[in-house]
Design a protein around this ligand. Structure first.
Ligand code: TXA
Ligand code: MG
Length: 308
């Protein structure tokens, strides 16, 4: 592999922390997907994230914290439910959208009045935050519009020389991005289904937490995001065998991918790498992780190719 990729030993984490402190970009594993991290308080470093990803500057970034104790340095008017969710689900695959504190960089919030915060549970992510002494602004470490990376190799494939150092912590266990919950308004709403099930949020909230189509610029919510190059079709489970046979009869290079969160993105990338023209996926039940998987499949099937 690449000379910028290091197995996540204590030495490598110390080296990565020094890169963060000097304004560089470090790709690091989280339990959801790999992030492309920079010091969230350094405007120039945050600017480099947008350049590396090819991401529009008005798309906000998630700030990764070492613990819930740091919430009040980044957010104001924090509602009780945010404290409850943080207590119950952090560290873990949940991002809370809260009203931003005055000092938070516009580059991080996309100029909005809110900020997205999360405490990841991956030990390497937590060790990097602790060693650098910084909160890390980090989007998924893919090029804009591509599926998120769930291995260090995916990061290198997408970002190559545009990242200063990649910490390799193996494959991500959750495999889809965090669930984003907006708590900045009157009622909680899911802006992006993800690695934390809606049912778990509702059980703790004691009320419905609906999925809301968002007015804010959330790149993960663009219609044709998370797209593989191949065309993707979601079919009813009972129709999978006949859809496969029909595509093969036409001579199409077709592959079947399982609708499992942990392996979905790697499977889509593998199918692309083998030159698949068509990817078939059986429609998942929209419960538990299935809600996030169905969401990503809908976007990928609309995309039908790279979007940026
Ligand atoms: O699991 C994850 O969330 C991964 C890992 C690395 O933590 N990160 C991730 O980041 O998926 P990104 O930038 O690829 O997607 C974050 C989403 C974007 O759609 C962004 O627009 C949205 O979160 N977001 C961030 N701050 C927001 C805010 N203040 N209001 C609304 N959406 C926000
Ligand atoms: Mg992303």
């Amino acid at each position: 592999m690449d000379e910028r990729v290091f197995a996540a030993s204590p030495d490598a984490i110390a080296r990565a922390a020094a890169v963060v402190r000097s304004g560089g970009l470090v790709a690091f594993p989280t339990e959801t997907v790999y992030g492309l991290g920079a010091d969230a308080g350094d405007a120039a470093a945050v600017g480099r994230i947008f350049a590396a990803k090819g991401r529009p500057a008005d798309h906000p970034l998630i700030v990764h914290l070492g613990s819930a104790l740091a919430i009040d340095a980044w957010a104001v008017d924090v509602p009780r439910l945010a404290r409850v969710f943080a207590e119950r689900f952090w560290p873990g695959p949940l991002t809370l959208v809260l009203r931003r504190a005055a000092g938070v960089l516009d580059a991080v919030t996309g100029g909005q009045g809110t900020v997205g915060l999360r405490v990841p549970s991956h030990p390497v992510a937590l060790a990097l935050i602790a060693a650098s002494g910084r909160a890390l602004a980090a989007p998924s470490a893919n090029r804009f519009g591509r599926v998120s990376p769930t291995t260090a190799q995916h990061v290198v494939d997408d970002l190559g020389a545009d990242v200063d150092l990649v910490l390799d912590g193996g494959a991500c266990a959750v495999g889809v991005e965090s669930t984003i919950v907006d708590l900045s308004g009157d009622a909680p709403a899911i802006l992006r289904p993800g690695g934390l099930a809606r049912e778990a949020l509702e059980a703790v909230a004691g009320c419905a937490v609906p999925v809301r189509a968002t007015g804010v610029r959330a790149s993960g919510t663009l219609d044709s995001h998370y797209a593989p190059r191949a065309a993707l079709r979601v079919v009813e489970p009972a129709a999978l065998a006949s859809a496969l046979a029909a595509a093969r009869a036409l001579g199409t290079h077709v592959e079947v991918v399982a609708p499992e969160a942990a392996t979905l993105y790697a499977a889509l990338r593998d199918a692309d790498r083998r030159g698949a023209e068509l990817i078939l996926v059986a429609r998942p039940d929209e419960t538990g992780m299935g809600l996030a998987v169905a969401d990503r499949l809908r976007r990928a099937s609309r995309g039908g190719g790279e979007t940026a």
